[in-house]
Ligand binder design. Sequence first.
Ligand SMILES: C[S@@+](CC[C@H](N)C(=O)[O-])C[C@H]1O[C@@H](n2cnc3c(N)ncnc32)[C@H](O)[C@@H]1O
Length: 210
Amino acid sequence: MELEAFIQQRLPLEPVPGVPEIRLHRAGPSSGLMRLADADPDFGSPYWARPWGGGLALARHVLDHPEVVAGKRVLDLGSGSGLVAIAAALAGAGEVRAVDVDPYAVTAARLNAAANGVAIAVEQADLLDGDPPDVELMLVGDLFYDPDLATRAEVFLRRCVAAGIAVLIGDPFRAPLPTQRLTVVAEYPVADFGDAAGALRTAAVFALKA
Ligand SMILES: C[S@@+](CC[C@H](N)C(=O)[O-])C[C@H]1O[C@@H](n2cnc3c(N)ncnc32)[C@H](O)[C@@H]1O
C-alpha cells in the first residue's frame, strides 16, 4: 500500500492530548507499523506517528502565546508529525517550514498539515552541519533525545542565535538536553510517548540565548 494511503487508512486522525486544536494521524495498536518496517530496511523509528512531550509543550506555548510567532518566518526543526509547525501556522506565523531527516515524517507532516487546513513547506533535510536558514524563529520540539544528536543540534542552534535567529526548544527534560545552558520560558504538563495512560510529566519551553 502506498505510504499516504497507509497513513490515511491505518493511523486515525485524532485530537492531540493537551493541544485539542490540532488533529494528527496517530499510530495505535492496530495500525500495523511493522508492515512498513518489514517492507523497508531504511524504515527507522516512526517518531512521526506520535506527538512527543517536547513538541506538545512547544505547540501549546505557541498557541497560547501567538505573539511569539505572529507574522514571522518560522522553521520547525525535527518536525516529526508536523505538530509544532501546524501550531505555528494556526497561531499566525508568516511562513512555516518543517524540516526532518526522515522521509516518512515528511509525508506524515504534509498529510497532517492538510488535515488541519494550514500551509506548511515540508522538507526532508539535515540542516545541522550547514549555515543558519533564512528564518526569524527556530522551533525545536524534542530533538535532544540522543547525546550525539544533542551536541550537533546545540552547535547548530548556537550558530543560528549568533545569526540573529530566536530559538525556542520544547523538551521534557531528557538527559541529553543541556538545561544548564538554557533558560526556561514556561512549563506545561504533557502526556509523553511511552508513559502510562493518563500520566502527565512536566515539559518546558526553553530559550537558547547567546
Ligand atoms: C522525538 S521526534 C520529535 C518530533 C516532533 N518535533 C514532536 O515533538 O512531536 C524527533 C524528530 O527529529 C528528527 N530528526 C533527527 N535528527 C534530525 C536532524 N538532524 N535534522 C532534522 N530532524 C531530525 C527525527 O526524524 C524525528 O522526527
